[in-house]
Design a protein around this ligand. Structure first.
Ligand SMILES: [Zn+2]
Length: 204
């Protein structure tokens, strides 16, 4: 039974590289968790700078506009992305992580939890702050501030998982208790219907 439990939490099957945690003698759930944590930190460091590009460089900003133009903040915004944003994300985050072997840290289940389930939670339209834990882990309020309409909001809180990355680089905006701003992009209407499809492909 214990062997079956542990095998469910081994790192990606089929990749024969020795575990980077071998020296720590971690196994099973603990190896799975440590791998997910290290991968999430590496991923979020790259994602942070990718977001800075998406908010600061016109080409990348176009590919990111659809994600931000939702005026009714909603958990499905996690999937509201353009083809251009997805491809550049693979190029600038996915490939570098594979190149250094970091993908071997991430169990498939952890990948779903981090990059699907947590994304829905982060974009949920609920008035939930993390209190004293706010600097440690992102959540609906942190993400809502990032999606807030206006210059002040959209150049803050770039991290996906760890607000302390924003703190390191001076872009952290700690939400006040009632800080749940309207969302969207100033001067741009929310993309709907055929226009959202065009935007998804061409970033317009
Ligand atoms: Zn953004």
């Amino acid at each position: 039974m214990k062997a079956a439990f542990n095998s469910a939490f081994t790192l990606l099957p089929g990749l024969a590289a020795p575990s980077p945690f071998a020296a720590l003698h971690l196994s099973g759930f603990w190896q799975w968790s440590a791998g997910a944590l290290v991968y999430a930190i590496l991923w979020d460091r790259l994602q942070y700078w990718f977001q800075r590009l998406q908010h600061g460089v016109p080409f990348f900003r176009r590919t990111h506009a659809l994600h931000h133009d939702s005026e009714a903040f909603h958990c499905s915004d996690a999937l509201r992305n353009t083809v251009g944003a997805s491809l550049t994300q693979i190029l600038l985050i996915g490939y570098p992580l594979v190149a250094i072997g970091a993908h071997q840290l991430l169990h498939l289940t952890a990948g779903v939890l981090l990059f699907s389930i947590f994304g829905f939670y982060n974009h949920a339209n609920i008035r939930l702050g993390h209190g004293v834990l706010a600097p440690l882990l992102t959540g609906p309020q942190f993400q809502r501030v990032h999606h807030g309409c206006g210059e002040t909001y959209q150049n803050a809180n770039f991290a996906t998982f760890f607000p302390w990355i924003d703190m390191l680089f001076g872009t952290y905006r700690r939400p006040c208790p009632d800080d749940f701003p309207p969302t969207g992009v100033a001067g741009r209407r929310q993309s709907q219907g055929a226009r959202s499809l065009l935007s998804a492909f061409f970033g317009c």
